[in-house]
Design a protein around this ligand. Structure first.
Ligand SMILES: Nc1ncnc2c1ncn2[C@@H]1O[C@H](COP(=O)(O)OP(=O)(O)OP(=O)(O)O)[C@@H](O)[C@H]1O
Ligand SMILES: [Mg+2]
Length: 309
């Protein structure tokens, strides 16, 4: 599908410290967006916590959850295996046209040359999905903080790797040219070009706030506050735009002494978060009495996220 007919509006990456409620908020945001347009919720968490949360069975494939909402528990290893199997022959062509490389050699080469190749392929699969133009909104439930930041460097890592391989190719081209007078591009070149295009697309998506933004999930407490500011700073240093801050587990007013103590503890942290995120939407999500599960409860949270756009 060409760009003209693409539905694509935006990717929201949902990030934050471990356990703050990223999966809960991503799912709720996806429910909220699915009222506006075709939405896909994507997770790379191998624990399959998403399917558990919405009480559906887990799968590596895209599954439909509700009207306008699909779920994809992206398994980076599976995506990597698919990519490698598809391009086995191309790698052979590129690495050596005279020596026979077996599957183990190619696997070893890939693992050594690109650390985190599975993650990279996971991100490439996301970019490929964006290119299909089948969805308006992509909500990505990222793994805890450090992991979310790693994905920002994926285009650079992949680009360097493509350059290295292209150099190998260049020598081969020169030899071909001097023997045959010309060089005919083969499927190895097609693969490199395809990867190069994916890198460019990844970069343009990440750097363009019209195409991708972060939603940071936090809590009104000391430890989470500091990690939240670290994440904010790193995103800003990488020119990644932050759409909103969600302060999760905010205690409501009540008659109980216990709840009021919690509220009194939270108040200054809410203020500090509010002043640090003065330029973003700030959304407070209340503390529920029991863990949030199932579409019905998630819809209650979703209503509070409607202003994220
Ligand atoms: N507002 C809330 N009120 C009550 N329970 C909540 C709330 N938000 C999240 N939870 C519960 O807290 C737990 C952790 O939430 P969640 O799994 O969404 O966090 P996470 O940031 O995705 O964790 P991880 O970093 O491990 O992926 C879950 O049991 C969830 O139901
Ligand atoms: Mg999670």
């Amino acid at each position: 599908m060409g760009d003209g007919s693409s539905l694509f509006e935006k990717i929201f990456f949902v990030g934050g410290k471990g356990g703050v409620g990223k999966t809960t908020i991503s799912t709720s945001l996806a429910l909220s967006k699915s009222k506006v347009g075709k939405t896909i919720l994507i997770s790379t968490d191998p624990a399959h916590s998403l399917s558990d949360l919405i009480q559906s069975s887990s799968s590596d494939e895209i599954v439909n959850i509700s009207e306008n909402l699909d779920l994809w528990e992206l398994n980076a290893q599976v995506e990597y295996d698919k990519f490698r199997d598809k391009h086995q022959e191309d790698f052979r062509l590129i690495l050596d046209t005279s020596t026979y490389l077996d599957e183990t050699d190619i696997n070893q080469f890939l693992a050594l040359a690109i650390p985190g190749i599975d993650e990279i392929m996971g991100f490439k699969s996301l970019v490929d999905l964006v290119k299909t133009g089948n969805y308006e909104y992509f909500i990505v439930d990222t793994a805890p903080t450090g992991h979310a930041l790693r994905l920002l460097f994926i285009p650079e890592i992949l680009d360097q790797w493509i350059k290295q391989i292209a150099q190998l190719r260049w020598k081969y081209r020169q030899v071909q040219k001097s023997f045959k007078g010309q060089y005919d591009p083969d499927s190895g070149d097609d693969m490199l070009l395809d990867l190069k295009k994916a890198v460019l697309k990844m970069r343009s998506i990440l750097k363009d706030s019209n195409q991708s933004q972060f939603v940071i999930v936090s809590k009104a407490e000391s430890m989470v506050f500091h990690e939240t500011l670290d994440l904010k700073r790193e995103l800003e240093e990488n020119e990644i735009s932050i759409n909103s801050l969600v302060i999760n587990n905010v205690m409501k007013e009540s008659d109980s002494e216990f709840c009021n103590q919690v509220r009194a503890y939270q108040a200054p942290w809410i203020e500090k978060l509010a002043s640090a995120f003065a330029e973003q939407n700030i959304i407070q999500v209340p503390q529920f009495p029991i863990p949030i599960k199932g579409l019905k409860q998630l819809t209650q949270v979703a209503e509070q996220l409607d202003l994220i756009n």
